[in-house]
Design a protein around this ligand. Sequence first.
Ligand code: HEM
Length: 418
Amino acid sequence: MSFTTTGPKADGGTLAPFDPHELQDTVAGDVVDPFPRLAELRRQGPVHLGDIDLGDEPPQHYSNVQPVTVVGFDECVQVLKDHETFSSTVYDGVIGTVMGRTILQMDEPEHRMQRALVSPAFRTKVLERWEEGLVRLVVDELIDGFADRGHADLVKELTFNFPVQVIARILGVPRSDYPRFQRWAMEIISVAANWDRGVASSLALRDYLSGVLAERRAEPADDLISELVNVEVDGQKLDDEEIFSFLRLLLPAGVETTYRASGSLLFGLLTNPDQLQAVVADRSLLPQAIEEAIRWEPPVTLILRRSMKETELAGVKIPAGADVALFLGAANRDERKYSDPDKFDIFRESKQHVGFGFGVHVCLGMHLARMETRVALNALFDRVTDLQLEPGAEDLHVHGMAFRSPLSLPVTFKAAQH
Ligand code: HEM
């Protein structure tokens, strides 16, 4: 698959919406099942020094020191807790170039201060308002597009589209700009696969947002950008550059992850019809189904840190300046923590997972992501019955290495009678 655009066209209306298949060979990599290899690594030990063979591109590292790979649950948590030894500045290189300086790559105490400024925008009261007035509307409109047809591709027609529309509405962006929002988000996140395109998208998005920001400064509205303009903690406010960086992080962080999470959850349910039936009949099971999907198939399987001094982890000596790759996808299937870890089982005993990260950088949008996913699946189950994978559909699987999700979910169903 190749891309023909180097950046978004000025007229958002004529730009073809991004297709999930465009990500196949770029962002996600071409791996179907990395878990047997990760389990083998876990059996050899929770922490590895030096390059490891994962049957795909090794994780990129930006230091000359031997890299470290962590595949054990306790060891991932230990690294994420010790944010003085293991720094997030490792993200400065690539992510810094396309998103500016974001909270993702800051260490304490700067991170604490910046996070305090942006987190009020995601408080419970705001989420409740978005749930009722925004998320359900977005999802219902997408389901309108296929509910009477009896069949659909749930990735292409639902999961791939709702998170970007939710973020766009939260930001107060006009509807005609949704397609290019989605494209910018995907191109920024896939910068490692296509540098020029990622950087071009980042610049285009900054230009676009500077227009919106100027409008909101002149005339505040009821949206996230206006909220970020006004927020103040201990006499500190966000300047324009800090707002741009945060908003640019929000698009890929909030769009790509959530669409992948809901796709993998649906895949888990559709391939385990007894569990699907249980959730359809009792929606109070949805929260635990969402957590299980993020444990079993975390959309982001890998995060990074850099060791700031020589240290030791699970008996392995780690040199100063090493890139430390934390395989959340491997940690979440650590047999020392979970029994039968490869199995998708919404009824398993509830235990902490690291699908949203852990510690000071734990996902800021996790409550929003959970809410959006719950609302999307509730709406789908309200509106269709007899939902199942299209009989005879072949080669359906969760796909990718650093980012994972199904590329397609062809289903059949009946429209619910009300
Ligand atoms: C199921 C969906 C999601 C998953 C699996 C996910 C996963 C993650 C992970 C693993 C991290 C930690 C990165 C690190 O420590 O290196 C993170 C951080 C972050 N996420 Fe999410 N995320 C999701 C949805 C969202 C949404 C919807 C938003 C916002 C709209 C969001 C915003 C952020 C932000 C701002 C950070 C940086 C926090 C910090 O550095 O303090 N995420 N996410």
